[in-house]
Design a protein around this ligand. Structure first.
Ligand code: NAD
Length: 479
C-alpha cells in the first residue's frame, strides 16, 4: 500500500519514502511519502489560496460538510479502527468503540458550534464597541502517534468548521488513518486545498511547516521537548501546545476503593499506557497503601496482553522498538532507584501466557507496578508513556497536594475521596489543566482540554477552541 500526501485535492508522491510497520508483528504496512520543504510549501500555498473562499462560505454550509464527513467516518468505523489498531498497536476495543467514533463526534460537535459563534458588545455614551470573530487563516496541525485519528480530527474539525484551512502533519509512526481522513474529506465535498496532509519526519516536514511565514496558527500535540522547540523556532504565531504529562491519581483512605481501583487500572493501562492523561503517579494514603498495592498488582496481573486486533486485549505492543527500549529502560531503572517491583517487568512474567507466532516479534511489555516509589525518583518524575504504574504513599491532604505538584508537568489529575470538602480543596490545590473527582478521564467536548507548566499552553474544546482558531476584532463606532 502507498500513502501519499494530499495537496490541493491531489494525491502527491515524494522522491523519498519510508515504511510504516505493524508494531504487533513488525510486518510492513505501507510505503509512505516522506515530505520536506517543497511539499510543505506547496501544501501551505494551496491552503492559502483556498482560504478566502472557504472563510467566506456561510457557516451553515461548512457545517453541512463537517456533518457529511462525520457520517462518512461513522460508516467506516470498522475499517478505520482496524487500520488504526494495525498502525499503532492500540487495542481494537479502544479504537473501535471509543477513538474512531469520537472522531466522528468531533465533526458533528464543531459543525454545530461553528453556526453559533457570536461576539460581544461594549456600549459607552460615546462609542459602540462590538467584536467580530474572524478565522485565522492557514493553520498547521501536528499530531503525535498515540491516538492519531482522534487527535487529528480534534484539530481538523474546529479548524475547518470555523473557516480556516489546514496543513495536517501526522506522526511518521502512524500516518495511515489520516490518509483515509483526507480521502473521506474529498468524498464529503470539502473543497481542494482546504485540508492538506503532508507526511514525513518532524525535522523534514514539521520544521518547515511551523516556520512557514504564511502559517498563522499552530495546534501541536506531542512531547514537551518538541513543543518547546517549536515555540522557539516558529516566531509570532498563535499556539496551542498539548504536551506531555505525568498526572497524579490521588486516593484518600475514605475513597470508594473498588471504584478507585478500577479507575486507577484503567487510567494507566488502557491505550497501552501511551496516553497523555495517564494517571501514572498513583498517590495512595499511607493507611490503605499496603492493601491498595496488593489489590492493584493482583488486577494488573490479570490484564490481557497480546494481539491488539483481539477485542479481549487491553495492552497491545508499544509503538516502536525505540519506544519499547525507552519503556524497558525505566522498568530496569525502578529497582535500582529503590522501588519494589510488584508485577510485570521487562521479560514476560511466569503468570502471563506466551505470545505465539508473529506476535513474538512485537514490541510487547507487561503491565508493570512499582511500590515504595519516592516522588523524586526518575520513574516518578519522567513521562514513561507505557504501562508502568508508580505507587507513591502520602500522609495527609497537604502532603497529597505537595506531592501531586512536585513535578514539571500539569496536564490532568484525579482525586478520590468521599469527603466533598476535601475533594474540592484538593481539586483546587493541584496544579493541572484538568481534575477528575471520583472519576476516570471522561471527556466532554465543551470542557477546556489542555495543561499547565510543562504540559503546555492554550486550551481546546468548545468555545475554548476560539482561542486558537478564531481571531477577535473589536470595532468601535463613534456615536
Ligand atoms: P513528538 O513530539 O516526538 O512528535 C509529535 C509530532 O511532532 C510528530 O508528528 C513529529 O513528527 C512532529 N515533530 C517532531 N519534531 C518536530 C519539529 N521540530 N517541528 C515540528 N514538528 C515536529 O511526540 P510523540 O512521541 O509523537 O508523542 C508522544 C507525546 O505526545 C507524549 O509526550 C504525550 O504525552 C504527548 N501527547 C500529549 C497530548 C495532550 O493532549 N497533551 C495528547 C497525546 C500525546
Amino acid at each position: 500500500m502507498r500513502i501519499q500526501h494530499l495537496i490541493n485535492g491531489q494525491r502527491v508522491d515524494s522522491r523519498e519514502t519510508f515504511v510504516t510497520v505493524n508494531p504487533a508483528t513488525q510486518a510492513p504496512l505501507a510505503e509512505v511519502a516522506a515530505g520536506g520543504t517543497d511539499e510543505v510549501n506547496a501544501a501551505v500555498a494551496a491552503a492559502k489560496a483556498a482560504f478566502p473562499a472557504w472563510a467566506g462560505r456561510p457557516a451553515t454550509e461548512r457545517a453541512a460538510l463537517m456533518r457529511k464527513l462525520g457520517e462518512l467516518i461513522t460508516r467506516h468505523v470498522p475499517e478505520l479502527a482496524r487500520t488504526e489498531t494495525q498502525d499503532t498497536g492500540q487495542s481494537i476495543s479502544q479504537t473501535g468503540k471509543q477513538l474512531v467514533p469520537r472522531a466522528a463526534d468531533n465533526f458533528h460537535y464543531f459543525a454545530e458550534m461553528c453556526t453559533r459563534v457570536d461576539g460581544h458588545t461594549y456600549p459607552t455614551p460615546t462609542h459602540l464597541n462590538y467584536t467580530l470573530m474572524h478565522p485565522v487563516g492557514v493553520c498547521a496541525l501536528i499530531s503525535p502517534w498515540n491516538v492519531p485519528f482522534m487527535t487529528a480530527t480534534w484539530k481538523v474539525a474546529p479548524c475547518l468548521a470555523f473557516g480556516n484551512t489546514a496543513v495536517l502533519k501526522m506522526s511518521e509512526l502512524s500516518p495511515m488513518t489520516a490518509a483515509r481522513l483526507g480521502e473521506l474529506a474529498l468524498e464529503a465535498g470539502i473543497p481542494a486545498g482546504v485540508l492538506n496532509i503532508v507526511h514525513g519526519y518532524g525535522r523534514d516536514a514539521g520544521e518547515p511547516l511551523v516556520a512557514h511565514p504564511d502559517v498563522r496558527a499552530i495546534s501541536f500535540t506531542g512531547s514537551t521537548v518538541t513543543g518547546d522547540r517549536i515555540v522557539r523556532s516558529a516566531g509570532l504565531k498563535k499556539f496551542s501546545m498539548e504536551l506531555g504529562g505525568k498526572s497524579p491519581f490521588v486516593i484518600f483512605a475514605d475513597a470508594d476503593l473498588e471504584r478507585a481501583l478500577d479507575a486507577a487500572i484503567f487510567m494507566i493501562f488502557s491505550n497501552n499506557g501511551e496516553r497523555c492523561t495517564a494517571g501514572s503517579r498513583i498517590l495512595v494514603q499511607r493507611t490503605i497503601y499496603a492493601d491498595f498495592a496488593a489489590k492493584f498488582a493482583e488486577r494488573a496481573k490479570r490484564i490481557t496482553v497480546g494481539d491488539p486486533l483481539d477485542d479481549r486485549t487491553i495492552v497491545g505492543p508499544m509503538i516502536s522498538p525505540a519506544h519499547l527500549a525507552k519503556v524497558r529502560s525505566y522498568i530496569e531503572l525502578g529497582p535500582r532507584e529503590g522501588a519494589t517491583l510488584l508485577c510485570g517487568g521487562v521479560d514476560r512474567p511466569a503468570y502471563a501466557p506466551a505470545l505465539a507466532g508473529d506476535l513474538s516479534k512485537g514490541n510487547f511489555v507487561w503491565p508493570t507496578v512499582f511500590a515504595d516509589v519516592d516522588n523524586r525518583m526518575k520513574i516518578a518524575q519522567d513521562e514513561i508513556f507505557g504501562p508502568v504504574a508508580c505507587l507513591i504513599p502520602f500522609e495527609d491532604e497537604a502532603d497529597a497536594i505537595a506531592k501531586a505538584n512536585d513535578i514539571a508537568y500539569g496536564l490532568s489529575s484525579y482525586v478520590w475521596t468521599e469527603n466533598i470538602g476535601k475533594a474540592h480543596r484538593v481539586a483546587a490545590g493541584i496544579e493541572a489543566g484538568m481534575c477528575f473527582v471520583n472519576s476516570q478521564n471522561v471527556r466532554d467536548l465543551r470542557q477546556p482540554f489542555g495543561g499547565t507548566k510543562a504540559s503546555g499552553t492554550g486550551r481546546e474544546g468548545g468555545t475554548w477552541s476560539y482561542e486558537v482558531f478564531l481571531e477577535p476584532k473589536n470595532v468601535a463606532v463613534s456615536m
